[in-house]
Design a protein around this ligand. Structure first.
Ligand code: PGA
Length: 254
């Protein structure tokens, strides 16, 4: 089963609107020749609309880093899936460990966001991952597959098929410490087995599972060589066009 790779840059709380536009243009230009992969960039909310306009005629798609599940209402400070769709945003990262850790994101909230995004035609990138303590305690697979089940609880099989799951071990995010390809593959395979339990093998085989956590041009190839790793969610190394393009180009170097 060949799945189209999806490489996404999570810019987190970095870059002004002007800097975001510059990086978006550079990513578009440097990645234009890589037609066999999906390329996504995730600027801050403030830059989403401008970046989506800048990239409108390119294959590079835009993701938000978070949203609320309601379309509108008395939710000060939030933005909604309806707003994202209106701004030309194709994807939305939900359940990132930084949001779970610092902003109280719960499995239940992630499930509601996944549901609401699909209702507006914005596709979720659903993040899951274990802490170092959980890994050391041998809880990685049960924890991560539990997060996957919870996040997808309100989606149909067809909706799940076009969603993306991002496995991001918390201990590998921003630490320079990457999961080994074997460690990552073990968890990706367990996630796919869980997806097969939920939706059947044919759907599970379509769902793309990204790895995230200190992905760089130098390690992306061995990660992507694993059978169940279908892409990368990249933080630090997505902040310059050269290093992100080096990740996007992982196949071209063969
Ligand atoms: P990192 O971040 O690549 O800087 O480790 C990944 C992420 O948080 O998505």
């Amino acid at each position: 089963m060949s799945r189209r790779p999806i490489l996404a840059g999570n810019w987190k709380l970095n870059l002004t609107v002007r800097e975001s536009l510059e990086l978006a243009s550079a990513v578009r230009d440097k990645c234009a020749r890589h037609r066999d992969v999906d390329v996504v960039v995730a600027p801050t909310h403030l830059a989403l609309h401008a970046v989506a306009q800048r990239l409108a005629d390119s294959p590079v798609r835009v993701a938000a880093q978070n949203c609320h599940w309601a379309d509108q209402g008395a939710f000060t400070g939030e933005i909604s899936p309806a707003h994202l769709a209106d701004a030309g945003v194709a994807w939305c990262i939900i359940g990132h460990s930084e949001r779970r850790q610092f902003f109280g994101e719960t499995d239940d909230g992630v499930a509601k966001k996944a549901r609401a995004l699909h209702d507006r035609g914005v596709l979720p990138i659903i993040c899951v991952g274990e802490s170092l303590d959980q890994r050391d305690a041998g809880q990685t697979l049960s924890w991560v597959t539990g997060q996957v089940k919870a996040a997808l609880a309100e989606l149909t099989a067809d909706e799940a098929a076009v969603s993306v799951v991002a496995y991001e071990p918390i201990w590998a995010i921003g630490t320079g410490r990457t999961a080994s390809p074997e460690q990552a593959q073990e968890v990706h395979a367990a996630i796919r087995a869980t997806l097969a339990e939920l939706y059947g093998r044919a759907i599970a085989d379509r769902i793309r599972i990204q790895y995230g956590g200190s992905v760089k041009p130098s390690n992306v190839k061995t990660l992507m060589a694993q059978p169940d790793i279908d892409g990368a969610l990249v933080g630090g190394a997505s902040l310059t066009a050269d290093s992100f393009a080096g990740i996007v180009a992982h196949r071209a170097e063969d």
